[in-house]
Structures are given as C-alpha cells and as structure tokens.
Design a protein around this ligand. Structure first.
Ligand SMILES: Nc1ncnc2c1ncn2[C@@H]1O[C@H](COP(=O)(O)OP(=O)(O)OP(=O)(O)O)[C@@H](O)[C@H]1O
Length: 620
C-alpha cells in the first residue's frame, strides 16, 4: 500500500473529513509572510511550471513557451536600457546651463543632436516596454490560467471542489477574472521593484559623491519613514481587495442564474424579489469597493514626492554652504547644482516610486491570495482523492462485464445515512430499476457507481469506462454542450475526433422522434450555445440525450429520471429501443409504467435499508 500523503483522512469515516463544510470565510488577508510564500509559489509556476523538464533558462522553444524567463529577462534588460537613457537626459540641463552661461554657440548646436536622439530614444523605448509589458501580462495569464484550469477541470477534482469545498468561493471567478487582474498588477509592479534597487544603489553612490554621507542618509531616513507609513496604510486594503473580488463573483453568479432560470422566475413573477436580491448583492460588493477607495485615500494624498524635491535641494545645499564649490564661477555652479540635484532627485524619485507601489502591491496581494487559495484547495482535493482511493478502492475492470456493489455503505456529505451494507450484482441484461421516496438515496447510489462519492465501507466494481462505450449516465436535467448537433451526439468525445455521417445523424434523430430538428438548425455542424435550451423543450432535450445512447450503444445506460418530462408513448418507445440495442438499463424512475422494462426492482426506504425483488414480465 502507498504511503499516505497526509493525515487528513485518518478518521474512521473519511467521507465526513472529505466533505466538511467551512463556514463563510472570516480570514483576513494582509501583506505578510503568507503573502510572500504564496507569491513565490506563483513565481515558481511562472518560471518553472510542473511538467517543464527543461531548466528554466533553457533556450529550447518548448521551454520558452512554458516559462516567462526569457520574456522577463528581455523586459528587464529593456527597462535597464531605458534607465541609461533617462540618466543622460537627466544630465542635459546641466550641460545646457554650462553652454549657455559660457555663450558657446558651436557647442550648443552640436549638443542639440544627441539631445534629440536621446529624447526620441526614450519615447521609443517607453512604447517598446509598454508592448513587452503587455506580452508579459498575457503570458502570465496564459500560464496561470492553463495550470489552474487543467487542475480544476479534471475527473473527480472539479466535482469535489465545487460540491464539497464551499470555503473556496467562485472558482470560476478566480480562474477567469482574478488571474487576469493579477497579471496586470504584476506587469505594473514588476519592472519597478526589480530595477529600482539597482538604480537606488547607483544613485546612492552618485549622491554620496556630491554631498558625502549626509545626503544618502537623509534620503534613506525619508524612505524608511515612507515605507512604515505606507505599510500601515496598505494592510487593511489587501483584505478589502480579496472580499471585493469574492462579492464580484457572487454578483456575477447571481446574474448568470437569473438568465439560466429566466422562465421559472417569470412564471412565478419573482422579478421583484430577484431584483431585491441583486440590489443586496450589488450593495455588498460596492461596500467593499467603497472601502478600498476610502482606505486608499491616505495612500494617494501622500506628500512624499513633494518633500522629495525640497530634500534634493537640501542635499545640494550641503556642499555649497560648506564652501566645497567656493572656487566655481556662477556658470559652473549652476551646472553643478543642476547635475547634483538631478542625482539626488532621481534617488528620491526611485524611493518614491517604490513607496507608490504600495497601492498596487495591495491589489497584487489580494489577487495572489485569491489565486493561490484556489491552488491550495486543489492540493487538498487531490490529496483527499488519493487517500480515498487508497482506503476505499473504486475498481474499474477492463475485463469485467458486470457492475457489483459489495457490502457498500454510503453517507451523504452531511453525514446522512443513505444506504447500509448494500449488495447488488448487475450482469448484462439484468435491467434494474431503483425506487423509493424523494431523498432516499437513489441518485447517491448512482454517484457511488460513477465513483463521485466514495463509500464509507465496501467496494464498487465497474467495467472500464472508455469514452462512454461502457456506461453512459443520463441525468434528469440533460446536459447540452455548447456546440453543434454532431457535438451533442458525440459527447463526451469531441466530434472532430470521430466520424458520424449525416445519414447516421438523421437515423438517430428519427429513432428519438426528433427528425423535425433538422429543419430548425442551419446544419449538423452549426454551433449553438444557449440556444439549444430555447430551441428544444425539456422533453425534446431528454429525447436528444437518447440519441447519444443510441449512437454509443454502451453496455450499461444509467437513466436517472431521464424520461421524467417525456410523454408516455415516447418513454415506452425509447425504453424498448434501448433494450433492443442490447443495452442494460439501470434506471431511477417514479413512473410505474417503466417498471415493466426491467427485470429487478431495488426499493430504498430512506433509512439505509433496501429490498430487491423481481418484476414479473408484463405484456408490453
Ligand atoms: N452535495 C450534497 N451535499 C449534501 N447532501 C447531499 C448532497 N447531495 C445529496 N445529498 C443528500 O443525500 C440524500 C440522498 O439524495 P439523493 O439525491 O440520492 O436522493 P434521491 O433518492 O435521488 O431523491 P429524488 O427522488 O428526489 O431525486 C438527500 O438527503 C440529500 O439531501
């Protein structure tokens, strides 16, 4: 047996551990050690994502696609180049003072050319850097989104995360929105925070040269004060950014649901109630947004930049008043003042820029918390799934033709007993119907059959599930993909990977009594999104799902009230046809009229008990 990866599932009842529901999060987020740890996790993902076998500095094309290393280096290199140009532009006034005070016309004209060159150079380098920053943000978004999406949309993980990890709100929002915002704040902050220390070191040295120790010392005290103040100001903003994004997700989800259930709401005239709910949700969201604006106010009204300009003249004043430049004439002196004040001003400017990043840093910290929290939840889910597979194996057997529940006990995620010591063997042709009152656990048994819910005791054996060929599940609410009619039939395979002829589609439509559908759509390959739900009534949608079964002809068809909205004639027709194709039925139904299509009847009582009986053959 493999070694356990954690002690999470140590208890006798792993299901309770697995699905414990956190209350509404009351955590606080800040610019602390956890932020640093989470941020470096993202950095590692960006420079060396899992699956990249190359060194992160490798120049191999595939390695370059999977890492931001080279793009990042080019960006930083470009930023350094721009700073060199800035330095020479900064010295221009000093040289002009000197040329003008000495009335050197030839020198003045000759100096104009490099000046124009420098200014154009800066303009071009700024637009190149802007462009590169855009590419960097794009790549950060692509790498992070692909990584999270691959970990989220995968068997069992998505189901467990969405249904059992309520503490992680809106995973969709985190993947589609928060990563994008994170990439943008990273782009804004990255060059500043990487280059600023280098510039600080260089201009400290230059400033020391001008004013001695006292100049840089004054600037450093100024910076330390600024950092302490801004850190205190940012701390509460990180939290607000996190919760604003949480409520952003809730608000968007509420609107998605309004669209999804538009007809039910309209039938029950629930618009006023729904509008009140939407207002509440918006108001909570805006409260957090307002709180960010409020808390950012002192950050924005800092006077560091202005104090900095006074400080630069104070530093230049030191050598002047101490007589260091007493031997210089006024022309030379104004040139020296200009040059030296640029050096100290630029050092102060760099510090100011670092302090000004505080606002952006609080955004970055908020988005980092949202994205990495999802990653951490996915780690937990993977860990739980792995531990459950060790303790309660769910067997998919390539050779097996049989489904078997062996002494299975099931608890719901809220620890309600669903079934105890359940034994059932389903051979080919053993058509089974599960019955019982609402909430007694019929669908839960199918969940265990699909491996979605682990059993707390016993084992489930199923034939290998290959692309819908062995078992197909049809839930009560049909799942229609955003795609063409061909896609609907071929699901879960992508239509382009298999061949279904037009003739075959027509014949399937005829079998499920949907031939008229061909007249409603442009072609079998024309993609529709939400329109499927409008074009087909619920009963027609259920019929279309049977076309999927008749195309794949699996060994077992698991029908969970999959005919609940059909007329009886169509229901009879589809059940008969399914049996004619040699498909074994495992049904859940409240319609006694369909019992006759089955051989055995499993009745659950809702208290964990069950009985199995034969269904006499009745004339069709
Ligand atoms: N995701 C979940 N979290 C917590 N409890 C759940 C979850 N899904 C189902 N349950 C609970 O498990 C129990 C069995 O539910 P199940 O869906 O299997 O009932 P059912 O017999 O199929 O009901 P119906 O006839 O109404 O479809 C119910 O009490 C339900 O509340």
């Amino acid at each position: 047996m493999r070694e356990r990866r954690s002690s999470v599932v140590e208890s006798l009842d792993p299901l309770i551990e697995l699905t414990s529901h956190d209350p509404q999060p009351t955590r606080t987020y800040s610019l602390d050690y956890i932020f640093v740890k989470r941020f470096f996790r993202l950095v590692r993902l960006l420079f060396r994502p899992p699956g990249n076998t190359y060194r992160f500095w490798s120049t191999h094309r595939e390695a370059q696609q999977k890492s931001i290393f080279w793009l990042y280096c080019t960006f930083i290199f470009g930023s350094c180049g721009k700073e060199v140009l800035v330095y020479f532009v900064g010295l221009m006034p000093s040289r002009f003072y000197s040329l003008l005070t000495s009335k050197d016309l030839t020198g003045f004209i000759a100096y104009m050319f490099p000046c124009f060159f420098l200014v154009f150079g800066i303009a071009i380098s700024l637009s190149i850097l802007n462009f590169m920053g855009g590419l960097l943000a794009l790549k950060v978004r692509r790498l992070l989104t692909e990584h999270l999406q691959d970990r989220y949309v995968k068997p069992k993980a998505m189901y467990t995360l969405v249904l059992n990890h309520e503490s992680v709100d809106n995973p969709d929002q985190r993947i589609t929105q928060d990563i994008d915002k994170l990439s943008e704040s990273l782009r804004e902050i990255v060059s500043t925070l990487i280059i600023a220390p280098l510039l600080v070191a260089y201009y400290t040295w230059k400033c020391w040269d001008v004013s001695g120790f006292i100049g840089p010392a004054m600037i450093y005290v100024y910076f330390i004060l600024g950092t302490i103040i801004s850190r205190r100001l940012i701390k509460p903003i990180v939290n607000s950014v996190f919760y604003k994004e949480l409520h952003e997700g809730n608000f968007r989800f509420l609107h998605v649901r309004l669209r999804q259930y538009v007809e039910s709401i309209a039938f029950s005239s629930g618009e006023i109630e729904e509008n009140a709910r939407a207002h509440n949700s918006l108001s909570t969201l805006l409260t957090y947004q307002r709180s960010i604006i409020n808390k950012s106010f002192p950050l924005n009204c800092n006077s560091f930049a202005y104090i900095g300009s006074i400080l630069s003249y104070m530093i230049v004043a030191i050598p002047i008043f101490t007589g260091v430049f007493d031997d210089k004439d006024p022309g030379e002196l104004s040139s020296i003042i200009s040059k030296n004040s640029f050096v100290s001003m630029y050092l102060i400017y760099q510090f100011t820029v670092i302090i000004e990043q505080s606002g952006k840093l609080s955004d970055l910290a908020g988005y980092t918390a949202r994205v990495v929290e999802l990653l951490e939840a996915m780690d937990n889910v993977d860990n739980e799934i792995e531990n459950i597979e060790i303790d309660y194996p769910y067997r998919e057997d390539d050779q097996s033709e049989t489904i078997e529940f062996e002494n299975v006990s099931l608890l719901s995620p809220r620890s309600k007993v669903v079934v105890l010591g359940f034994n059932l063997k389903i051979n080919k042709g053993d058509h089974i119907v599960l019955t019982g009152p609402n909430g007694c656990g019929k669908t839960s048994i199918l969940r265990a059959l699909a491996g979605l819910w682990p059993c707390t005791k016993g084992r489930v054996h199923v034939p290998k599930m290959k692309h819908g060929k062995d078992i197909i599940f049809l839930p009560q609410v049909p799942y229609l993909v955003h795609g063409s009619l061909r896609d609907q039939i071929s699901y879960p395979s992508i239509a382009s990977t298999i061949y279904i002829s037009d003739q075959e589609i027509r014949s399937l439509l005829q079998q499920v009594h949907l031939s008229h559908l061909e007249g409603l759509i442009e072609s079998f390959d024309h993609a529709y999104a939400q329109e499927w739900n409008k074009m087909l009534s619920p009963g027609e949608q259920q019929r279309l799902m049977f076309a999927r079964i008749f195309y794949w002809k699996p060994r077992f068809a698991v029908l969970d009230e999959a005919t609940s909205t059909m007329d009886t004639a169509t229901e009879d027709h589809l059940y008969s046809l399914t049996k004619e194709f040699g498909i074994t039925l495992i049904s859940v139904s409240h319609h006694p009229s369909v019992y006759r299509f089955h051989k055995r009847h499993v009745a659950l009582d809702g208290h964990g008990n069950y009985t199995i009986g034969d269904i006499p053959d009745l004339p069709a």
